[in-house]
Design a protein around this ligand. Structure first.
Ligand code: KG4
Ligand code: ZN
Length: 339
């Protein structure tokens, strides 16, 4: 018998619904929220309201595109956390109501675990190389930066993580300092391709073990720009591409240095990346270089699976369903949700 999962994602500013049948993705609808652009970051109250408006149409479209009747769904999987509480509440409430109304299983999903499991989403008529267990994953998003050992679909161990800002946050905050719109990561990425990554150097943090830190880099970038503008008011305009290339290069070097140590310490050389920042072309090139130099086998998600989406929630829900990991109706969302 087939297993059909409806996945719901609403942890930040994307409302998304997806249908997965026996591990194969049939639909993945995402409604972005442009309302935040004017504020230079996500405004939680506005995000929550937009989720309320979007959730029903998004689920409806996902069902129609997948050509699935709601009566055929075996379970509804939803993001329990981590994320913005008001945003999570919308997806959680929808999933609970849907499971109650349809009398089907409810499955809670950790958003971070889901980012990693995009590597297991199958698509009809598409061949995909899948990592073998155990493998390492560099999870780099707007809210998190972690090195994780993936032991099986549902068992993961964090061996390093940021002690302050996330890598995506570093991209976004540095972008803001030089007047680029939110989210800054994709804009820095495009500009960086035309700049000299060695034009400016920024100091790297000295953090023990496999942990990361990005708040110092953000501050030193801010002071460097402020001092440079004092000397030349057109400094940013005249050096935009080089600034983007240099800050991106520094962030990537910080990420790669710890990843190299993690590979040496664990002896695991299958390396995956996941999360919004894994769309970054410089990061992908840096991984390819390491793959050649050190014999790593690397796994990069398709761009459509790098940022927040419900396909990743549905695939995680699928493995939890097979493992009979269900949730009860008294579940509440969690803004912080370690795994
Ligand atoms: O995973 P995600 O969609 O949301 C979170 O769970 O945080 O990640 C969003 C982050 C943002 O910080 C955004 O600037 C960054 O991913 N991002 C990028 C790129 N595309 C998205 N950062 C660098 N280069 C990119 N191409
Ligand atoms: Zn995310």
């Amino acid at each position: 018998m087939s297993v059909i999962i409806l996945g719901i994602e609403s942890s930040c500013d994307d409302t998304s619904a997806a249908i997965i049948k026996d591990g194969y993705l049939l639909s993945n609808i995402i409604a972005n929220q442009d309302v935040h652009k004017a504020y230079g970051g996500v405004v939680p109250e506005l995000a929550s309201r937009a989720h309320q408006k979007n959730i029903i149409p998004v689920v409806d479209q996902a069902l129609k595109l997948a050509k699935i009747s709601k009566n055929d769904i075996n379970a509804v999987a939803f993001t329990r956390g981590p994320g913005l509480l008001g945003s999570l509440l919308v997806g959680t409430s929808f999933a609970k109501s849907f499971s109650l109304a349809m009398d089907i299983s409810l499955v809670e999903v950790n958003h971070l675990q889901a980012h990693i499991l995009v590597h297991f989403i199958k698509e009809l008529e598409k061949e995909k190389k899948v990592p073998e267990f155990p493998f390492l994953c560099l999870l780099v998003s707007g809210g998190h930066t972690q090195i994780v050992i993936i032991k099986n679909h549902l068992e993961m161990e964090i061996i390093g993580q940021t002690i302050d800002d996330a890598a995506g946050e570093a991209f976004d905050k540095c972008a803001k300092v030089i007047g680029l719109p939110y989210p800054g990561g994709p804009v820095i990425d495009i500009n960086a391709q035309q700049g000299n990554k060695h034009a400016f150097t920024f100091s790297k943090p000295r953090i023990k073990n496999l942990d990361y830190s990005f708040s110092g880099l953000k501050t030193s970038f801010l002071y460097f720009i402020r001092d440079s503008i004092n000397k030349n008011p057109d400094f940013v305009k005249e050096n935009m591409m080089d600034l983007c290339a240099s800050i991106q290069f520094t962030i990537i070097e910080i990420l790669m240095n710890k990843l190299e140590i993690a590979v040496k310490q664990t002896g695991i050389n299958q390396i995956a990346v996941a999360g919004g920042v894994s769309a970054n072309s410089g990061l992908r090139n840096a991984l390819e270089e390491r793959a050649k130099d050190f014999g790593w086998e690397t796994f990069m998600p398709e761009f459509k699976f790098t940022t927040d989406n419900a396909a990743m929630i549905a695939i995680t829900g699928y493995y939890k369903y097979l493992n009979k990991e269900f949730t009860s109706q008294d579940i509440v969302p969690l803004a912080r949700f370690p795994y």
